[in-house]
Design a protein around this ligand. Structure first.
Ligand code: GDP
Ligand code: MN
Ligand code: MN
Length: 255
């Protein structure tokens, strides 16, 4: 397969038609996968915000004080308030804020960005409200019919370093299911469900970068989902998420 970034995209503004911006710079094909950084989806959907929009309540003040004590850095309680308002559950409140967003993604600070926000004096960029609907919308506005994936850069537990993940998708299942297929020794695979949208997002991140490259959109070409069952389960239900359950009973203590 090939992975390439779409060149020449402008600073994205509220109301911009991302599909049109991309299609005037790339000849998309129906079997392409188009990967769009959530940053520009948020800009187009005007998810920019200001710290002043989030007057801190008691819980946010408490969280910010604790984070300050733990990190020795100044923490703005309005930022904690913004994270609270974007989240359905606070999974960890120290030494950083790990929360679940309304659409199921778990991330530090609810994925709120303070970099690449845009140059109009806003402090924050919130994630798209419903990224799979954003992906649907972009797809509907294209004249070709590629799969569309909205990505974000995310850290991971157990490993250093961040990588691209999918937070919304359209026209492609989230995963391909290898269960019931066989390995080279003829053994039946029992558990392997491959999160292809995350793998594609990670590939896209390799060419879009994280800084001032100005490359928020990538195309994966000549990759095939293949003849597999698909599923859209990417976010674990709390019931089946034992790591999340374990964290609920955990308290940060500096040692
Ligand atoms: P995130 O991973 O979705 O949080 O987005 P990043 O902040 O990591 O940005 C991904 C890529 O998009 C980087 O190459 C940025 O320079 C680029 N980028 C961010 N916003 C814009 C924009 O409005 N226009 C253009 N052309 N590039 C942007
Ligand atoms: Mn981000
Ligand atoms: Mn990024």
């Amino acid at each position: 397969m090939d992975v390439f970034a779409v060149p020449g995209l402008p600073e994205v503004r509220p109301g911009d038609d991302l599909a049109a911006l991309v299609e005037s710079r790339a000849d998309l094909r129906d079997d392409d996968v188009l990967l769009v950084a959530s940053t520009v989806v948020s800009k187009a959907e005007d998810r920019r915000a200001d710290l002043d929009d989030f007057p801190a309540g008691p819980r946010a003040k408490e969280i910010a004080e604790r984070l300050e004590a733990v990190s020795g850095e100044e923490k703005d309680p309005r930022f904690a308030q913004a994270v609270l308002e974007e989240s359905t559950e606070i999974i960890m409140d120290a030494p950083f804020l790990l929360t679940a967003t309304r659409f199921g993604h778990v991330g530090v600070n609810a994925g709120i960005d303070r970099s690449n926000v845009g140059d109009e004096g806003h402090d924050l960029l919130l994630l798209p409200e419903r990224p799979s609907e954003s992906a649907d919308r972009i797809r509907r506005n294209l004249s070709a019919d590629p799969a569309v994936i909205v990505t974000d850069t995310s850290g991971r537990p157990f490993r250093h370093g961040q990588r691209g993940v999918a937070i919304g998708w359209s026209g492609i299942p989230a995963s391909r299911d290898w269960r019931g297929e066989t390995d080279r020794d003829g053994h039946e695979l029992e558990v392997t469900v491959e999160a292809v949208v995350d793998e594609l997002a990670a590939a896209a991140n390799l060419v879009t970068g994280e800084g001032d490259d100005g490359l928020p959109v990538a195309v994966v070409r000549d990759w095939e989902f293949g003849n597999h069952e698909g599923s859209d389960n990417l976010y674990r239900d709390v019931d089946g998420d034992f790591v999340r359950q374990a964290l609920r009973g955990w308290e940060f203590a500096r040692n």
